[in-house]
Every structure is written in structure tokens, then in C-alpha cells.
Design a protein. Structure first.
Length: 763
């Protein structure tokens, strides 16, 4: 076989070599299929009295690919696939243009001799060639969106279509440097960004003392920041920006920027556009000042009218003091709507996050408004009535958002009781019982246990008071399977390990984390059951088909997911310790489920000693992943995929060799969704194709760059939708047995032990 030629002027990493080799292999099979099925597409072509030898038109190539691959939903997808080969230099434009065009008058040639595209294919049978063709098309389809985006960025800004601008805008939502910018600014940036690339590490982008001409965002790669006297100051990476200060202050560059690695890409905004955007922002910004300080900043934004007849201008809150933001939101509350109208996103965002910057002790008194000092008695009365009605409506929306969780806030409860008396017939949603009881199982050092029925928000001190006499030297410890533990103090922290809205169906937590009561921390050993099973449960579930298991996984995940409340994410992001009495039990349980499913996969594979059965097991897990993705359960889908990519599983080469190539091809396609580059762009593109309702990949959602963006994304995308009916239309053989199995996985979470088991099977 002929390998890909090395790229000039740049040493490739192993990953790049591997990827380029796969792209070259894909190009070979696509080129072979083109020559075999439609050889007439490659011919001499004339345009403007000039002849171009042995080439294809861009439109013909897109048409051919659309017919060949029925999975393509649009021509832009096919353009992206060809753009991958253009970027690799495998096909070239006859005039050396860098972008692929879907046009009759744009011609491209395959560099068959340089890349060995004409290698012999008659040694392989038709089935094998078809399989390689599908694998190649799948790879190009996965890489197409990235290539298409780079192609759009390379276009001159004046040549970008409305669709191009929307694509760039969507990407800016996930770029760290643009995360704090408003919607209008990001839209303006999308129209003026210029793509700039440099091939070699060590290239000086600009030097200290140079005149500032551009602002840069790192799209790919990294740079070193160097100053006179100090040398290397810092290193900037993908998503970060530099060069803004010189433009704002109209001053020389304060540092030298040098490329840290090969093949760096930047998004550049020239000074003229940068200053214009700043002026536009100022023109559309309203500031309210008191005593010389800004207390409220609003920005004009365009929004679509409800009837879809046109755009209307409205002002959105950018920043301000909590009191002024609340006052502004009260003024914008509409009283001429029915109670079923959706809550304004600005109002819901404020109410759900208010405890971060405005605790209930501050919020509740601020809802009382003084009467105006001027005007007739009638005008004062009308103002007071209008304000009271708006306040009551805002309070109603607050209660509707928090539902039963508002009962965890005693200040809010007292305030609502006063409002109820003042408003006589005010209606509120049914509260959750303050005494919602759950089971707690506490172990002693001698491995005996005691079970208590206590409220969900029971503190550590209350748990201990129920077990031992006050004043003792006992402590409560949460211990994992390896003997490590978390020490709870005798007071202060809350022990919340159960769900708000789901009854206790089996163990509340997996076996490898249990609560222990002891007098001396360190005198305890984990239970044998905590260390996981000794035998695989394959005999139990080999009679269950993957679709049945996946369906029960999804059913249970929906139960856990819908038990969460939006505000739990706020508490989790900003730190539960900052909110007295707050609980994130449902969210933590759902996040914990990811690890449970992940280690279930690894445990089952590492405990299966039979090589043939182990290969069947891998195939079954991949099939489960396929069904989970079809059911739009991304949390369990990625849990299974992470389990399969665990080092203890990946090293089983003999086992993977027995997995059918078609199944391995599916696994490789899904593996790319775990690619973390470009802020997990592969995952984001996959999610963008889904319609609600679906279960998100929660660990990634909690890991992003900006806490508020993560919250908005979560609340506006997932929670407003209704979850699907938990009853599946599948004819399950024994749904109760499968459900019990899925909800009570026995797993080994000790990576060292899993690796030992793996090595014992295949050295």
C-alpha cells in the first residue's frame, strides 16, 4: 500500500498521521467507486474558451455523492465531505482556490498519482469494497461539518450568505472569548471575522511596540505571550483572545505574540470593524445612574413578534444592582395576559438564580413598593393597584418555577403566608410536604447496620442524634470501595442522598458508597459487597435483547432526570454550601448514574473470562449504545461509550479482533462524538440534529466554561419539554426482571482492580 506523503514544513503528531491515513484510505475508495461507476465524470472541460484537462465539476461531484449516500440530508453536507479532501490536498481546484464550490463552472482534479489513488482494487471482493466505501463515506460525513465551517470562515466577509452568518454565530456561542458578549455583538462579529492561519511554530504574529491593527481569537492551536524584560508571561490556548487592549486605548502592542505550535488558526477582527461595533453597542445601550454610579444597564435587542409579522425592539438587562433589576422586571410584567402564558425568559432567569446575588431575605422586602409622591389620589390608588397586581403575578411565577422546593426556604414560606393573607384568594401550587421521608442505612465498624426513616433534608447532626447520645465523639463517614472516605462534621453539612419525587425503588446509591458511624476515623473497612461482584452477570442478561435493556435504561433515566429541579443546577454550579438549606440530591443522583452505567460496562467485560462470549458482549454493548442514541438518551449513551473506551477494555486486542468489522465501524463513528476539540463541537453538532425531548450528557453540561451559559442552555433546551411516556411499545419478555436488573447494577469502580482482571485475561 502507498502511505500518505508527509506534510511539508511540519512534523505530524501520531494522531494527525493516523487521521490523515484514514482520510487517504477514504479518498482511495471514493475515487475507485467514482471511476468504476461514473468514469465519464472525469473528462476534459471547457470554460471561457479555455480547456481544463481530466477534471470534474463541483456540481457533478455533489450530485454523484448525493446519489451514492442516501443518508445525506442536504447538498451542504456533501460539500463539506468534498471540502475535507480539498483541505488535505487530495483534490485541488484547477485555479488553486481553497474552497469547494457546488457549481458547474468550478472544476477539480484528483491528485491520483501523488496520493496513490490508483492502487489495485481487484484483489478484494465486492462486499469488502462496499464495506470500505461505507466506512470512508462515514468518516468524511463526520469530518464534513468542521471543514464546512473552516470554508465559511475563509470566505471574504462580504461574500458570506445569511446561512453562513448563522453558522458562525452559533459557533461563537461556544467560544470562550465571546461568551460574555451580547447577542447583537456576536451577530456583528459573525459578519466581519476574518480567518487567518499560519503553518509554522515560532512565527511572530506581532511584536511589542507595533501599532495595533486587529483583535485575535485563537481558533486552533496556542501562542506564547512575551514581553521585554520578563520573557514568557503566559500561554494562550484555543478559545482565548488577545490584542484588544491596543485597539481600545489606541496604544502600541504591549507584548509580542509567537506561535507555540504548527498550523495555528485565528479569527481576526480588524480595528475599523472593532471600533464600529463598540460604537454600535454604546448607541444601543441605556444606562441608569444614581449618585454617579450605573445601577442598571439595558441593551436594545431585536425580537420576533408573536404573530411572526416582523421584528420589534425591546431592551434586555445586561447588568445592574439586584434591586434595580427587580424593579425593571416588575415594570415589564404584563397584566393583560392569561395565566397560561409562558414566563418571560428574563424573569425566569432572574427568579431561578436570585439566591446567587439576592437571597430571599433581600428579595421579599423589595417586592413592597412605596406609593408615588406626586399625582392625584386617584392616580396614586391606580398606581398602587397596578403595582400590587404585578407583584402578585411575579410572586406567582416565582412559586410556579420553584414549586415544592420553595418549602426549603423558611423566609420565603413566611413571606408567602403574609402575601396570602394580604391577597385573600391568592392561588399557589401544591407544596411538597416538609416531612418527605426517605430511608437512610448507616453502618457501624463491625458491619452491622441500622435503618432510619428521616426527612430528605436531614442534617448530619440530626442523623447522629437519632443514633447516639449527644456529646459523644462519633463521626459520620461516607466510604468508598477502596477504603477512602469523606468525613462529615457533627453539624453544619446536610446529608441528602435521596430523591424528591421518586419513591425508593431499590438502593438509593450504588454499593460502593455507604455511610458509616464510628468513634475513630480510620478504624473501618469497606464491606465485601462494596468491592463489587466476583462473577459476570452475563448469564442473567444474555437472554435480554439490547433493545430491551436500552429501553429500561432510558425509562429509569427519565425518572431520574425529571425528578430534578432547575434550581438544583444553580446550586450545583455556584456551590451548594453557599445556599443554606439547599439540596442538589436529584442532580447528584443523576450525575452518579453516569458513573454507575460506565463501570457496569467495564465490570461485565472484565469479569467475562470466555473470549468468544466477551466478543459477543462487546457487540451487545455497542448495540445498546446504538439504541440509546436512537432513543435520544445521550447520558447513558456516553456512559456506555466511555465504558467501552476504558483502558481495561481497550487493551483486550484479541477480543476486539473477534468483533465484526461492521460493528467496529459503528463504534468508531460514535467514538468521534467524544472528541473534545472545539469545545466538544462533534457532540454539539449531534445534539443540534435532535428535537426535544432528549436526555443530555450531564457531566459535559456541568463542565462548560461559563456557569450562566450552562444554566441557560440547560433550562431553555431541556426542562421545558415534556418527557416521553415511560411505557415503551416494545414487547418486553419480562420487563420487571429487566427493570430490576437495570436499576441495581453491581459494579467494580476500582480501576486498578479492573486493570488486573483485564491483564489476567489477555496479557
Amino acid at each position: 500500500t502507498i502511505s500518505a506523503p508527509a506534510k511539508k514544513n511540519s512534523p505530524l503528531t501520531l494522531v494527525t498521521y493516523f487521521l490523515s491515513d484514514r482520510i487517504l484510505k477514504a479518498a482511495r475508495v471514493v475515487y475507485s467507486a467514482l471511476k468504476e461507476r461514473n468514469p465519464d465524470l472525469i473528462r476534459d472541460r471547457k470554460h471561457h474558451l479555455k480547456t481544463y484537462r481530466q477534471c470534474c465539476s463541483g456540481k457533478d461531484l455533489v450530485d454523484w455523492l448525493m446519489k451514492l449516500n442516501k443518508c445525506l440530508q442536504s447538498r451542504s453536507q456533501a460539500v463539506g465531505m468534498w471540502q475535507v479532501l480539498v483541505d488535505e490536498g487530495i483534490i485541488v481546484h484547477v485555479k488553486q482556490e481553497l474552497n469547494f464550490h457546488d457549481k458547474d463552472t468550478q472544476f477539480y482534479r484528483f491528485l491520483d498519482s501523488e496520493f496513490g489513488l490508483n492502487h489495485l482494487t481487484n484483489e478484494k471482493d465486492k462486499d469488502q469494497l462496499d464495506e470500505e466505501l461505507q466506512e470512508g463515506l462515514s468518516l468524511l460525513l463526520q469530518m464534513g461539518p468542521d471543514a464546512l465551517l473552516t470554508m465559511i470562515l475563509r470566505k471574504c466577509p462580504s461574500q458570506r450568505s445569511a446561512e453562513d452568518l448563522e453558522v458562525i454565530y452559533e459557533e461563537l456561542l461556544h467560544v470562550k472569548a465571546a461568551a460574555h458578549l451580547s447577542t447583537s455583538v456576536r451577530k456583528e462579529l459573525a459578519a466581519v471575522l476574518v480567518f487567518e492561519s499560519h503553518a509554522k511554530a515560532g512565527t511572530v504574529l506581532f511584536s511589542q511596540g507595533d501599532k495595533g491593527t486587529s483583535w485575535y481569537i485563537i481558533w486552533k492551536g496556542s501562542v506564547n505571550v512575551i514581553t521585554h524584560g520578563k520573557g514568557l508571561v503566559t500561554t494562550l490556548h484555543e478559545g482565548e483572545d488577545f490584542g484588544q487592549l491596543a485597539l481600545v486605548n489606541d496604544a502600541p502592542r504591549a507584548a509580542t505574540i509567537i506561535l507555540r505550535e504548527d498550523n495555528c488558526h485565528f479569527l481576526r477582527v480588524d480595528k475599523q470593524d472593532f471600533i464600529r461595533i463598540l460604537k454600535d453597542v454604546e448607541a444601543n445601550t441605556v444606562r441608569l445612574e444614581e449618585h454617579g454610579k450605573a445601577v442598571l444597564v439595558l441593551e436594545k435587542a431585536e425580537s420576533t413578534n408573536q404573530g411572526g409579522t416582523g421584528n420589534i425592539s425591546k431592551y434586555t438587562v445586561m447588568s445592574g444592582t439586584p434591586e434595580k433589576i427587580l424593579e425593571h422586571l416588575l415594570e415589564t410584567v404584563k397584566l393583560d395576559t392569561n395565566g397560561n402564558d409562558a414566563i418571560d425568559p428574563c424573569v425566569s432567569d432572574f427568579l431561578l438564580t436570585h439566591r446567587v446575588f439576592m437571597p430571599s431575605s433581600q428579595l421579599c422586602p423589595c417586592t413592597y413598593h412605596a406609593e408615588p409622591s406626586e399625582g392625584s389620589e386617584l392616580e396614586k390608588a391606580a398606581y398602587a393597584l397596578n403595582t400590587k397586581q404585578k407583584t402578585v403575578k411575579l410572586i406567582g411565577q416565582w412559586v410556579a418555577l420553584f414549586s415544592q422546593m420553595i418549602k426549603d426556604d423558611p423566609i420565603a414560606v413566611d413571606f408567602l403566608e403574609i402575601v396570602s393573607i394580604l391577597c385573600f384568594n391568592a392561588k399557589m401550587s401544591s407544596p411538597m410536604s416538609l416531612c418527605f421521608l426517605v430511608l437512610y442505612e448507616i453502618f457501624r465498624p463491625d458491619h452491622s447496620s441500622v435503618t432510619l426513616m428521616l426527612p430528605v433534608n436531614t442534617s448530619v447532626q440530626e442523623v447522629m442524634s437519632s443514633l447516639v447520645n449527644p456529646g459523644g465523639d462519633h463521626v459520620l463517614v461516607k466510604m468508598n470501595s477502596m477504603g477512602g472516605g469523606w468525613l462529615f462534621m457533627s453539624s453544619g453539612s446536610n446529608l441528602k442522598i435521596q430523591l424528591y419525587r421518586i419513591c425508593n425503588k431499590g438502593s438509593a446509591w450504588p454499593i460502593h458508597r455507604l455511610y458509616w458511624l464510628c468513634s475513630i476515623y480510620g478504624d473501618t473497612m469497606p464491606l465485601k459487597e462494596q468491592q463489587g461482584p466476583d462473577q459476570s452477570t452475563m448469564d442473567t442478561w444474555e437472554q435480554m435483547c439490547p433493545k430491551e435493556i436500552a429501553s429500561q435504561l432510558t425509562n429509569y433515566d427519565w425518572e431520574l432526570f425529571t425528578a430534578m429541579h432547575e434550581v438544583e443546577l444553580v446550586y450545583y454550579i455556584f456551590g451548594r454550601h453557599k445556599f443554606p438549606g439547599a439540596t442538589t440530591a436529584n442532580l447528584e443522583r443523576f450525575v452518579h448514574r453516569f458513573n454507575e452505567v460506565q463501570y457496569w460496562v467495564v465490570t461485565e467485560v472484565c469479569l467475562c473470562t470466555d473470549l468468544v462470549k466477551r466478543a459477543i458482549l462487546l457487540k451487545k454493548f455497542i448495540k445498546i449504545a446504538v439504541v440509546l442514541k436512537e432513543q435520544k438518551n445521550l447520558n447513558s449513551f456516553f456512559a456506555v461509550m466511555f465504558g467501552l473506551s476504558n483502558s481495561a477494555v481497550q487493551r483486550l486486542y484479541k477480543t476486539w479482533e473477534r468483533v465484526p468489522s461492521k460493528t467496529k465501524r459503528v463504534y468508531c463513528a460514535y467514538e468521534r462524538l467524544m472528541d473534545p476539540s472545539r469545545n466538544h463541537r462533534a457532540y454539539r453538532l449531534a445534539v443540534a440534529k435532535l428535537s426535544p425531548p432528549y436526555i443530555p450528557f450531564m457531566p459535559l453540561l456541568l463542565k462548560g466554561n461559563n456557569a450562566f451559559l450552562r444554566f441557560h442552555f440547560f433550562f431553555n433546551t431541556y426542562l421545558p419539554v415534556s418527557c416521553p411516556d415511560s411505557e415503551q411499545s416494545l414487547p418486553l419478555r419480562n420487563p420487571s426482571n429487566i427493570r430490576h436488573y437495570v436499576q441495581n447494577f453491581e459494579v467494580i469502580d476500582n480501576q486498578h482492580k479492573l486493570t488486573q482482571l483485564s491483564r489476567a485475561m489477555e496479557r
